[in-house]
Design a protein around this ligand. Structure first.
Ligand code: SF4
Ligand code: SF4
Length: 114
């Protein structure tokens, strides 16, 4: 009996973007995921298959562990508003809990508050 696995296709559930040029198929991201969202690709060297996108916690482990920088997390819109922000000048994106966060904003609050 043959058993098949298919990736989660609908775009609203798309949680990860793989850069196919950079990915070497090492599967470190698969093994770093606490929720087993991905499985290794049956094609050797190809990017993993996202099988259970709706299970993703958006913890970012897979992105941080990827040695090739081939993974981008796509948080849902609500999380993007509250936990991901961008530096206007450079376009850099920041996320709560990230490694090496930027220096804190030491500017005084606007509006003459004490
Ligand atoms: S963000 Fe976390 S839960 Fe989601 S696929 Fe990556 S490691 Fe798994
Ligand atoms: S850790 Fe990075 S390079 Fe390795 S399989 Fe995952 S996305 Fe590809």
């Amino acid at each position: 009996m043959a058993i098949y696995s298919y990736p989660s296709m609908p775009d609203p559930c798309k949680v990860l973007e793989f850069d196919k040029e950079k990915c070497v198929g090492c599967n470190i991201c698969v093994n770093s995921c606490p929720l087993d969202v991905m499985i290794p690709n049956f094609i050797k060297g190809a990017e993993p298959i996202v099988l259970f996108a709706e299970e993703c916690w958006f913890c970012g482990s897979c992105v941080q562990e990827c040695p090739a920088g081939a993974l981008t997390l796509i948080p849902p819109a609500l999380q993007r508003i509250s936990t991901v922000w961008k530096r206007k000048a450079t376009g850099e994106e920041f996320r709560m809990g990230m490694l090496n966060p930027p220096a804190p904003n030491l500017n005084p609050p606007a509006g003459n508050r004490k």
